[in-house]
Ligand binder design. Structure first.
Ligand code: GAL
Length: 847
């Protein structure tokens, strides 16, 4: 099935379906693992910020902000997810590696809520999908617990302190002052929060573990390991039964396919017990990238004939094989890993999670041919895995960027000893039913890459909790990792950038059978729409988009494709990165960790040291990365087409760059490059052929005409594949900018929810061609029941706040993100106005 159409259909249809979670019914969509009595707890929060303030001053944190009686009437009202730092302001003196945003501070959240009398005797839990960082939680003034690592999902049991029929006050304190990061981590309760109510005897948190020990085309044996909890004072006998349903593309359980026998489980007071049962699915529909078929296991717990808990666990059936000689096999077929690494921020929205923003990102990656995601370098929002399951992405699910030794002062090292096992367990228990998750990663370029004992210890925890997937680690010292023997604890060797010794390791008996993957590759850097000529790729804190610029450890996409072709046994690659992200604006970044990439290369190290010194002295305004194949606003850079050409060889496509507006370069040499999935191409300038070029397989991944002399007019490329015409592209010199043209990723959104429409603004000439070097200031406004959430243009050095309704276009483009207002159905119009240009507008419907 055409994937894009499948997903459009899904999005369209989901507009008319009720949200999740809610009471279970056979036709309601099921996305998330958990008990059916789970409700969103995102609304009605109050917030105050103490410690470091946005302007750099300090505000003293008063004592006892958790007290029930505290007068919080003046606190800011808000809805979660919330990132307190994305409103900025950007400040030049702040660290570029964390986005020049004031994310350090102490945040307090409070929420008043009541529990009806009918809930008396129930267990009441609050589930946080993630809170940055050092969360401490109180209910009604009583301390409930803590979870320091900001990326882990966790549960708190509110039952001992809850007051049924009365007002309850929940208080959460977050502290980012004691957390350090190499990228923008965000700050606050930046993911969803849920209120969960169960009977005292219930399925434990993430209490199902579903595996398929036998899979053939004829049948699949599904094993359900169920953890039941008895939190009452009395012993109990529970009856558990799990029924398996097929999920349709809208996540609705459409067809019952199997059921386990009933298990009788005796539980003492306070006891937790694991029981296993099996069911067989006949002719299972496998989960794959092209056909992401899924099932749901619905577990019903009864006591004395009465249903006390109903628990849904979406899962999928597929086989994974990792081989050292023949790559990675999904359901017995080789799949080349065409992956991207991504950080968790959503550009102009900051770290505050939003599902429609993530869906947009995943659609763009899918269109490029990306089939795998690496959650660098931490556990993702749970929705990422839910969407990966549904859309057909494989996921490298990663735990840490540091172990006992921090890359920064207050890194994970501060909590490693006490928390690493709890964090790993939380990651695995939450994520192990997802068919998309295919590799666990215990780390990224940790400073203890050669530590055999520690590597073993962490890998063993992972294997104990889920023996069905291999454990990996991202090495930027792969020689050290292998020489020490540490890598023998792993199932897959992750190599970041350094493939120089690959042939040697392929021949080494200790590692000859170790599958190897490019856990991080390329790190090419560029700014969308900027092109510099001659040898200098770097100007005005921007970077040329000819796709050759890279830090000393990186390489162009083409170079990495050559490496992959040289080592066909590699499982594939995860490019650093799919999207630009906030922070880490290498090479205009002063993060010294990068020196570790040159352990054995003193001259490169010295060169980088000088560069870091220069950056420290000059303090660039760069606040987001240049690594993305796609910019921060979600607009593809040229590189997008390099990957698309390589990753989707059957898609006829061609892409010419640069643009053709160079009035100052008349008659100057202006190289023209073409990415195409064809194997040959002829370029024409104003109708005159500039020659036909051919790709040598495994060597050429773009076609280049490097001695073109610029004259205005039209560049046209005709591409061929196997001798037949395959694709064309045209780039023309444009006229003056004339109007603003708006288009939306979705013109219908859900009323009253956090559903977003992403509207692209193009600055065009009279004929509708995008004027590439135009930067007009645009004012955005709304007429009707809608509101502007954020604006952006992908410029990594802009200090305009993301919330501003005025934003210049950057190289001919801008983005405005809108949502419905006040829950009203109906249409609203988004206007984009700029002096001397014809206004652009678009209508969005709240449904
Ligand atoms: C790697 C590191 C990533 C990022 C990248 C930039 O060494 O693992 O987190 O810093 O370099 O090239």
């Amino acid at each position: 099935m055409n994937y894009q159409r499948f997903f459009q259909l899904f999005l369209f249809a989901s507009l008319f379906l009720p949200g999740l979670p809610g009471a279970f019914s056979q036709s309601a969509p099921i996305t998330r693992m958990g008990t059916t009595n789970t409700a969103s707890f995102d609304d009605g929060w109050l917030f105050q910020r103490y410690g470091l303030q946005p302007d750099g001053t300090r505000k003293e944190e008063p004592a006892a902000l958790e007290n029930m009686a505290l007068n919080d009437a003046s606190w800011q009202k808000l809805q979660l997810p919330h990132d307190w730092a994305i409103t900025g302001p950007f400040r030049i003196e702040l660290d570029g590696s964390t986005g020049k945003l004031p994310w350090k501070g102490i945040g307090w959240y409070r929420k008043h809520f009541s529990i009806p009398a009918t809930d008396t005797g129930k267990q009441i839990f609050i589930d946080f999908d993630g809170a940055m960082a050092y969360a401490k939680i109180w209910l009604n003034g009583k301390y409930v617990g803590t979870w320091p690592y900001g990326y882990t999902s966790f549960r708190m049991d509110l039952t001992p302190y809850i007051l049924p029929r009365k007002e309850n006050v929940l208080a959460v304190r977050l502290d980012t002052e004691n957390w350090d990061s190499r990228w923008y981590p965000g700050a606050g309760i930046y993911r969803h929060v849920w209120l969960v109510k169960t009977a005292p005897v219930h399925v434990a948190h993430w209490g199902t573990y579903i595996t398929a020990p036998k899979i053939t085309d004829r049948d699949a044996v599904v094993n359900i390991a169920l953890t039941l909890n008895n939190q009452s004072q009395k012993s109990a006998t529970a009856i558990a039964q799990t029924t398996l349903y097929e999920l349709d593309v809208l996540n609705r359980p459409v067809k019952k396919v199997a059921a386990t026998k009933e298990s009788i489980i005796d539980l003492n007071a306070g006891e937790e017990k694991i029981t296993e049962s099996q069911a067989t699915i006949t002719r299972p529909k496998r989960w794959s990238i092209e056909a992401p078929n899924r099932y749901v296991a619905q577990t019903v717990i009864k006591i004395n004939g009465k249903v006390v808990d109903t628990y849904n666990s979406p899962f999928g059936i597929r086989t994974l094989e990792f081989t050292a000689r023949n790559g990675f096999l999904l359901n017995g077929k080789r799949v080349e890993i065409q992956g991207t690494c991504n950080h968790h921020d959503l550009g102009a929205l900051g770290a505050a999670f939003n599902e429609s923003a993530l869906i947009r990102q995943l659609n763009i990656l899918k269109d490029m041919g990306c089939n795998s995601l690496r959650t660098s370098h931490n556990p993702p929002a749970p929705e990422l895995l839910e969407l990966a399951d549904k859309m057909g992405f494989l996921v490298w699910d990663e735990a840490f960027d540091a172990w006992k030794k921090g890359k920064r002062k207050n890194d994970y090292n501060k909590i490693f000893d006490e928390w690493h096992e709890k964090d790993l367990k939380a990651l695995i228990h939450r994520d192990r039913n997802h068919p998309s998750v295919f590799i666990w990663s215990i780390g990224n370029e940790v400073l203890e890459q050669q530590n055999v004992q520690l590597t073993k210890h962490l890998a063993e925890i992972m294997k104990r909790e889920d023996p069905t997937r291999p454990v990996s680690n991202g090495y930027n010292d792969p020689d050290g990792g292998r020489n020490s023997g540490a890598a023998t604890a792993l199932g897959v060797m992750g190599v970041n950038y350094f493939f120089g010794q690959q042939a040697k390791w392929d021949a080494d008996p200790r590692y000859a059978n170790m599958p190897t993957i490019g856990s991080e590759t390329s790190s090419c850097v560029s700014t969308r729409g900027e092109y510099y000529f001659g040898s200098n790729d770097y100007q005005n804190w921007q970077i040329s988009s000819y796709d050759n610029a890279k830090p000393g450890w990186g390489c162009s996409p083409d170079e990495q494709f050559r490496t992959n072709a040289k080592y066909p046994n590699l499982l594939g690659e995860f490019v650093w990165t799919g999207f630009d992200y906030l922070g880490e604006p290498t090479p205009y970044n002063s993060d010294e960790t990068n020196l570790l990439n040159f352990r054995t290369d003193p001259s490169k190290k010295e060169e980088l040291e000088k560069q870091l010194e220069f950056i420290r002295k000059n303090n660039p305004p760069s606040r987001s990365s240049y690594f993305g194949i796609i910019d921060l606003a979600g607009f593809p850079k040229d590189r997008f087409y390099s990957y698309q050409a390589h990753w989707r060889p059957d898609l006829p496509m061609a892409h010419i760059f640069p643009h053709w507006n160079w009035p100052e370069r008349i008659d100057s040499i202006t190289p023209v490059h073409v990415y195409t999935s064809g194997d040959e191409a002829e370029l024409f300038l104003n109708g005159k052929s500039l020659g036909r070029k051919h790709k040598t397989p495994g060597k050429d991944f773009r076609l280049t005409w490097d001695s073109v002399r610029y004259v205005p007019g039209e560049l046209k490329v005709i591409c061929y594949k196997n001798g037949k015409q395959w694709a064309t592209d045209i780039v023309k010199t444009t006229g003056e900018m004339n109007k603003l043209v708006l288009s939306a990723d979705r013109i219908a959104i859900k009323a009253g929810e956090d559903d977003l429409s992403f509207i692209t603004v193009k600055v065009t000439d009279n004929a509708g061609l995008v004027v590439p070097r135009s930067h007009p200031l645009i004012h955005f406004s709304i007429e009707g029941p809608g509101e502007i959430v954020a604006t952006d243009n992908g410029n990594p050095i802009s200090f305009v706040p993301f919330q501003s309704h005025d934003r210049p276009a950057f190289n001919g483009m801008a983005l405005v993100i809108v949502k419905s207002k006040g829950g009203a159905k109906g249409k609203f119009t988004v206007h984009a106005i700029s002096e001397q240009l014809a206004e652009g507008s678009i209508e969005i419907e709240n449904r």
